[in-house]
Design a protein around this ligand. Structure first.
Ligand code: APR
Length: 244
């Protein structure tokens, strides 16, 4: 495994146009449940009921059941070593963009600057009737919470069956098509369009480096089987030594 760290660090050290694609696995060490790995959210909750826009319109309490606590305790969730390592790769001029499927805001909290939240974020909540905007953790009580106008509140996340923001998707595609290496971190790589982004990068000549506790992306050039909170800080340290 040591040689793999050295090879990946040597590859990344001179680069200036890397992109990261992250999934729930990078936030696992911040105590946030993943979806499909062991103990994941979808083992307990059916996403068709708890995370689809169709069901939200019928019964918004379901989505608020799985996301209300996170929103109301938003400030208590902290980035882990993996988020901070990616932020450091950004300040070193190596990482140009972080495309994340996560809605927890932890990349931004860790200091990453160009964060492309393709599934939106729990940070902002909107009234579906009057458009009033709320910011976590400041939302009215209630399951679901309602606006003073009587409208129901919905977090600014992309539920199953909802369109992604085309502007955000364009940014993600551009960051994938122009990078010379993509770090694919903590994602099962099954949900589109995120799962197609590494292929877009590869078609444009990028090397794909997967960091995961189990292999999820079949066509990676490198696969580091490790927790993101262990692997990424080690890569940053090795790059610093190479750059000395
Ligand atoms: N370090 C690295 N990888 C990890 C860690 C860890 N500490 N813990 C878990 N993983 C990996 C798992 O092996 C798995 O491959 O993270 C991945 C998590 O996969 P999912 O739970 O499917 O999460 P994700 O890929 O982000 O899901 C994509 O699906 O339900 C939708 O909108 C939701 O954004 C989400 C999308």
């Amino acid at each position: 495994m040591e040689h793999l760290y050295s090879e990946i660090s040597r590859l990344l050290a001179p680069l200036h146009h890397c992109t990261a694609l992250t999934g729930a696995g990078i936030s696992a060490e911040s105590g946030i449940a993943t979806f499909r790995s062991k103990g994941g959210l979808w083992e307990t909750y059916d996403p068709a009921i708890y995370a689809s826009i169709e069901f939200f319109r019928k019964d918004p309490s379901k989505y608020w059941t799985i996301r209300g606590d996170f929103i109301r305790n938003y400030d208590s969730y902290q980035p882990n070593a993996a988020h901070y390592a990616l932020a450091e790769l950004g300040s070193m001029g190596i990482l140009q963009a972080v495309i994340t499927q996560n809605i927890d805001g932890l990349h931004t909290k860790a200091g990453s600057t160009n964060v492309i939240e393709i599934h939106g974020s729990l940070r902002h909540i909107y009234c579906l009737s009057c458009g009033a905007k709320f910011t976590a953790p400041h939302v009215p009580e209630g399951l679901p919470p309602y606006c003073a106008c009587g409208g129901v509140l919905k977090p600014g996340t992309v539920l199953f069956g909802e369109q992604l923001s085309q502007d955000v998707l364009l940014q993600a595609r551009q960051a994938s098509a122009t990078c010379n290496a993509m770090l694919v971190i903590g994602t099962s790589a099954v949900v589109q369009p995120a799962a197609s982004l590494p292929y877009l990068a590869q078609q444009n000549g990028a090397k794909i480096i997967e960091i995961n506790i189990e292999k999820a992306f079949p066509d990676a050039d490198y696969f580091l089987q490790a927790k993101a909170g262990i692997a990424l800080p080690r890569i940053v340290e090795k790059i610093k030594k190479i750059r000395q």
